[in-house]
Ligand binder design. Structure first.
Ligand code: NDP
Ligand code: ZN
Length: 351
């Protein structure tokens, strides 16, 4: 089969690979809709998880099941399915501990375009098919559903990690597709005043549609000053980090009240250390927390994301700014995610 792959750090291109074969619990899918992710860019162009040779990229997909293993019970050939970015081994001890995304090894649920071939190919191998694939409800289009495989679950996870409770004042730093879904997630968890930090005009428009009450343009001045000015000096309860760099955590701690929490979903592809000043830690006694997490995946999580769409509570399709057809177009999609033109939020490829 043909696939668009990371050839080595800094280079991507088309390669040929053997068609995947399912084990007893696995399924093989053919892609229906695909989307490239900023994480693919961190992986290829920053070498965020280290060197990889000829590894097919991509982890956001909706597909049609074309083959199942002998022990697969629920999923059938012909089903249209949401393929989550994170496909844990559900019998692992990490899953039993409540962290399936770290099954096997740390980050071990993240297999596509990390430890095995990803979804930008003619065929996609899915482990643990009954536990990982969610049948696509007929009311949801494949383009919308491909936004659930990673963007919706990750954005919502940022809000979950920050442990937002009703009425909390919240700052979401970064409003690309992930951060926009964090804005939506913060609303679902009950955020009160909700600051969205970004600069692309299209992202700002969608952030407002998703429920941001205040916009902060980080290019027009320090985030901390802008937020404190808007609140007359009062700090906030929660911060979700979905963009920025290692320096962003200092800003997050500077805006945070004692007892506040920072949830991070940004993939830190570059740099070495996160530093937090002694002062903003309140001399180490501020009860401030930073929790970073890989998104949950698997079937139930995808079914829950689909329920949010069906109930009209999230509108991930509003983030789609570019549409392409045919597998070959993933190359253009990846290039868009690398260059991030000002009018881009998220491209989708219908295969
Ligand atoms: P984007 O690049 O589209 O968005 C990044 C956002 O951060 C933009 O709003 C950008 O602003 C803003 N930003 C950039 N620099 C700064 C800065 N210095 N200060 C404040 N804001 C800044 O990324 P995505 O939404 O696609 O992805 C976000 C992150 O989530 C990526 O690192 C991705 O790899 C990661 N990710 C993590 C997952 C997980 O499981 N934890 C899963 C999927 C993705 P501007 O408007 O100027 O562009
Ligand atoms: Zn991703």
């Amino acid at each position: 089969m043909k696939g668009y792959a990371m050839l080595r750090i800094g280079r991507a291109g088309w390669i040929e690979k053997k068609d995947p074969v399912p084990g007893p619990h696995d399924a093989i899918c053919a892609p229906i809709a695909l989307a490239p992710c900023s994480s693919d860019i961190h992986t290829v162009y920053e070498g965020g998880v280290g060197e990889r040779h000829n590894m097919i990229l991509g982890h956001e997909a909706v597909g049609e099941v074309v083959e199942v293993g002998s022990a697969v019970r629920d999923i059938r050939v012909g089903d249209r399915v949401i393929i989550p970015a994170i496909t844990p081994d559900w019998s692992s001890t990490a899953a039993q501990d409540g962290f399936p995304m770290h099954s096997g090894v740390a980050l071990g649920g993240w297999k596509f375009s990390n430890t095995k071939d990803g979804v930008f190919a003619e065929y996609i191998h899915v482990n643990d098919a009954d536990a990982n694939l969610a049948v696509l409800p007929g009311e949801i289009s494949p383009e919308t559903a491909v936004m659930l495989s990673d963007m919706a679950t990750t954005g919502l996870h940022g809000a979950e990690l920050a442990q937002i409770t009703p009425g909390d004042s919240v700052v979401v730093i970064g409003i690309g597709p992930v951060g926009l879904m964090s804005v939506a997630g913060a609303v679902i968890l009950g955020a009160g005043r909700l600051f969205a930090v970004g600069s692309r005009p299209r992202c700002i428009e969608v952030a407002e549609e998703f429920g941001a009450t205040d916009i902060v343009n980080y290019r027009e001045g320090d985030i901390v000053n802008q937020v404190l000015e808007a609140t007359r000096g009062e700090r906030v309860d929660r911060v979700v980090v979905a963009g920025g760099d290692l320096g962003t955590f200092q800003q997050a701690f500077d805006i945070l009240k004692p007892g506040g929490k920072v949830g991070n979903v940004n993939y830190l592809g570059e740099g070495d250390y996160i530093t937090i000043s002694r002062e903003s830690s309140l001399v180490g006694m501020g009860h401030k927390q930073l929790i970073g997490g890989l998104t949950p995946g698997g079937r139930r999580r995808m079914e829950r994301m689909a329920n949010l769409v069906l109930a009209g509570r999230i509108h991930p399709e509003r983030m789609i700014t570019h549409r392409f057809e045919g597998l070959e177009a993933v190359e253009r999609g990846v290039e868009l995610m690398r260059t991030k033109p000002r009018d881009l939020i998220k491209p989708v490829i219908v295969v």
